[in-house]
Write a protein that binds this ligand. Structure first.
Ligand code: G3P
Length: 513
């Protein structure tokens, strides 16, 4: 069968915290042809613990791949047109498995998990002034519960199966990309144990200047380097799918999901930035070929490296743990809504929160505070407050947290952002986007095709050497159609509300159990 007008196709596996999707793009037009989505369960075994079943994650990917293939067939498109696949994934989430049996040694410890607070304190007890920024010069990150090294340490200390597998040299570590790659390329029958620079930069074990696992960092956490995957660029052939309807298709791109969104939004120039609204919320600012060390609580991270011999690009990142997760909390814990999308309708029933502020510090507060013991609070309640005000306060909380990130970003970069490119599942909520423009005081620009994370992974896969379907020149991609939201409130009003938010955050930070 001849190629359709779409030209060769490129797929993306987008394994996020709440769901897995496989999306297929046309390389000629950049058009999204089809996709399939499966939700993935989060497990909360104890307060502060967040886990997922690695086999369920893997199975969700396999299901999405075969459903996407069925969709192609139903559209009368030849599956052989699919030339490459990229992986993008929730970052930091940590999986240890047995390389002889292929079985996970424990559940995946999800990035939101707080069980390592005591490990953090223990490690910092030996550091002058308990300085959590002690490793920033090497890895760009503060010592907190968020990153993989702490989670690996916990697994090595607490899980007998892990201890035994380590002793018998059967134990492998991977972030979700590595776990998927190893399994999709053969598993126990020769699966590739690799990762890319962006995912490796979230473990705290990679030196972000040398782009290699760092002996000093590994020895700080007492993690054996033998369990770590090999680090590669974000765009090269990592291996070939070894089974199923896509057998022999190359996996040629891997990017952490936030970095993939930066690429999908074409933020290739120094000073370009995007904010993605998913389970959490992540603002990444391209700092070019130089890593910039944050003085305001942001993270320094690898943005991408599009090929083995290509230069590396860095980013400053602001990470908020709870964004869409708070809407899920309204749905699952309070039952105020049945579907997440309903929040827009509820919040639109009122023209303000009437002084109600919601600080969703369910996993402590990430950037710029880094306070694991902060607690969620709803304050400013009166007899008049109802579910509409609370729903609106949840949306405002996401916007205020983004304002905190933007302020930190503007201070660190010295060049205030004039407009913000946005994407992610929650960005379809137009009220949220309008509130965001109002509370930032700059324009908010949303692409009409919101799947920028998957597009970024597909772009990395398509531009890999030996694939050569796409290049990274933004002028070669179709022009993105966007919606722009402009601020509608005065600077005085904006600042007044932000001061109230800060008072609420103070209370959240100082809450003592
Ligand atoms: O760092 C965690 C992040 O990668 C999770 O992204 O899209 O699942 O909120 P998301």
């Amino acid at each position: 069968m001849a190629l359709t007008s779409y030209g060769p196709l490129i797929g993306a596996i987008d394994q996020g915290t709440s769901s897995t999707r496989v999306l297929i793009f046309a390389s000629k037009t950049g058009e999204l042809i089809t996709y399939h989505q499966v939700n993935v369960k989060l497990i909360y075994p104890k307060e502060g613990w967040v886990e997922q079943n690695p086999n369920e994650i893997l199975q969700s990917v396999i299901t999405c791949l075969s459903k996407a293939v069925e969709n192609l067939k139903a559209l009368n498109i030849n599956v052989a047109d699919l030339k490459a696949i990229g992986i993008t994934n929730q970052r930091e989430t940590t999986i240890l498995w047995d390389k002889l049996t292929g079985k996970p040694l424990f559940n995946a410890i999800v990035w939101l998990d707080m069980r390592t607070s005591a490990t953090v304190n223990k490690l910092l007890a030996n550091i002058p002034d308990n300085d959590k920024d002690v490793l920033r010069p090497q890895c760009g990150l503060p010592v907190t519960t968020y990153f993989s090294a702490l989670k690996i340490r916990w697994l090595l200390d607490n899980v007998p199966e892990v201890k035994a597998a380590l002793k018998e040299k059967r134990c492998l570590f991977g972030t979700v990309d590595s776990w998927l790659l190893w399994n999709l390329t053969g598993g126990v029958k020769g699966g590739k144990h690799l990762t890319d620079v962006t995912n490796a930069s979230r473990t705290m074990l990679m030196n972000i200047h040398a782009l290699r696992w760092d002996e000093k960092l590994c020895s700080f956490f007492d993690i054996p380097m033998s369990i770590l995957p090999e680090i590669h660029s974000s765009s090269e052939i990592f291996g070939y799918i070894n089974d199923g309807p896509l057998k022999d298709i190359p996996i040629s791109g891997i990017l952490g999901d936030q970095q993939a969104a930066l690429v999908g939004q074409m933020c290739f120039k120094q000073g370009d930035a995007k904010n993605t609204y998913g389970t959490g919320c992540f603002l990444l600012y391209n700092t070019g070929s130089q890593p910039v060390e944050s003085k305001h609580g942001l993270l320094t991270t690898v943005a991408y490296q599009m090929g083995k011999k290509k230069p590396v690009t860095y980013a400053l990142e602001g990470a908020i743990a709870i964004a869409g997760a708070c809407v899920q909390w309204l749905r699952d814990n309070l039952g105020i809504i049945k579907e997440s999308a309903e929040i827009e309708h509820l919040a639109n029933q009122v023209d303000g929160t009437h002084g109600c502020y919601f600080v969703p510090a369910f996993s402590g507060l990430f950037c710029p505070h880094w306070k694991p013991d902060a607690r969620g609070i709803i304050c400013g309640l009166t007899q008049f407050t109802n579910k509409f005000h609370i729903s609106r306060a949840v949306l405002e909380a996401i916007c205020f947290q983004t304002r905190e990130l933007l302020d930190a970003m503007n201070h660190d970069s010295g060049i205030p952002l004039k407009s913000l490119q946005v994407d992610g599942g929650m960005s379809v909520n137009s009220l949220l986007m309008q509130l965001q423009a109002d509370l930032l005081g700059i324009s908010v620009v949303r692409p009409s095709m919101p799947e920028t994370t998957a597009l970024g992974a597909a772009m990395a896969a398509g531009c890999a050497e030996e694939i050569n379907l796409w290049n990274m020149d933004p002028t070669k991609y179709p022009k993105t159609i966007t919606d722009t939201f402009l601020p509608t409130i005065s600077a005085t009003e904006r600042d007044k509300r932000f001061q109230w938010w800060k008072l609420a955050v103070e209370r959240s930070l100082n809450w003592k159990l």
